[in-house]
Design a protein around this ligand. Sequence first.
Ligand code: NAD
Length: 484
Amino acid sequence: MRDYPNFIDGEFVATGRTFENRAPADNRLLGFVHEAGKAEVDAAVAAARAALHGEWGRLSLAKRTELLYALAAEINRRFEEFVEAEIADTGKPRSLASHIDIPRGAANFRLFADIVANVPTESFRMTTPDGGTAVSYAVRSPLGVVAVVCPWNLPLLLMTWKVGPALACGNTVIVKPSEETPATATLLGEAMNAVGIPRGVYNVLHGFGPGSAGEYLTQHPGVNGITLTGETRTGEAIMAAAAQGVRPVSFELGGKNAGIVFADADFDKAVAGITRASFENCGQVCLGTERVYVQRPIFGKFVAALKASAEALVIGPPHQPGVGLGPLISAEHRRKVLGYYERAKAEGATIVTGGGVPVMPEEFRDGHWIEPTIWTGLPERSAIIREEIFGPCCHVAPFDTEEEAIALANATDYGLATTVWTQNLSTAHRLGEAIEVGLCWINSWFLRDLRTAFGGAKVSGIGREGGVHSLEFYTELRNVMIKL
Ligand code: NAD
């Protein structure tokens, strides 16, 4: 049994107000999480502010870079502990946690340390009205105390994706992990202390959103900016909080992403790609595909192949070799996803496969398992096609022309990602320009070069992070003008 205290000013702080942390795979009690209240938020903001103007603020960029490299090495040194903590909290297959979540979590510190250390400074020389010369140059200062509000689907990876650039730019952070996944953020506190990151630079407050740590933190006037990965409606609530004091936000929010398969696509690769995009991490990926559009000549063949591919996925516990599908994060989330499964049935969908709950071995009966599900035959106005479900499911519909595919893909309030499958280079380029999203994959999915911009259009987000784009949010740019 583990205790998950808060981490404030380099110390682990228990509050005594605890809630349970349970494993999604079998619902066993993992430990108790200490909920932060207003007093802990005040203490974390004071510690982060003091660190900003203290030892951390005075460190050279070279020393900061060295510390972030040491932090990445410390995560790798304790790799197994981080992997097991992430698996226990999320129930995801070990292959995902050990190949994506934790390695990328460590890499985020090295990558942003390198980027910030190598970013050039803008400078202009001009002739002044009196015929003299002036030079202007840009200086970047940290934004300040940054609140980092995190989801549960890729806990360490998505948290360090924010904490990495924030610290590389010289900010201090207060992380609010999801109430579902407290473990790796807490472990990271130990790693920070082990490598000598000064106290107050990284703080962790546990708890919920409204009426709890999330709301108190984002409303706190001592927080200079808020970065969130979460649902669109959470973004709306936090944006309202950030309006007080006109504080900047960076949001990576929900998606209802389209996958588009043209008749000329490499068929097997397209089936494998859509299978991953719809079912990886049990469909709990913001970039996942819940709407698939397939060009009519291959529609029937594609649906049959996708059905076979979904049915070949092994549903099972994280450590079972070859497992492809873990459980959903919680009983509550499964209720929500099963609600959509029922609704699809009620609306007359053809259930190609799945639609229910699998029978699991006795020791995993209490886990939040669910079948991968494919539907066809629903109208575009259906809630199944319009709302983010965040489960292992997709609706597949036919299209005839490229224009129709573009119109279908864009007929949503969301604009996060799309995946397009075609062998025609011109089609690929045209779709790359026409689809209203932040990320457009052609003949691939989830491929990421961390130096590139990441974020969503429409209600899927505000701003872009990744590579040098992260500096736009985590720094204040000052222009200095000198008349020579
Ligand atoms: P969520 O919005 O429910 O919670 C995210 C975080 O916000 C949690 O820490 C939660 O406690 C906190 N929170 C909730 N309400 C709050 C409030 N009013 N004030 C302050 N904090 C509040 O999201 P989730 O269920 O944890 O994650 C799933 C969602 O995240 C999906 O919509 C998914 O698409 C999205 N997501 C987006 C990306 C992306 O990069 N665009 C990546 C991963 C997940």
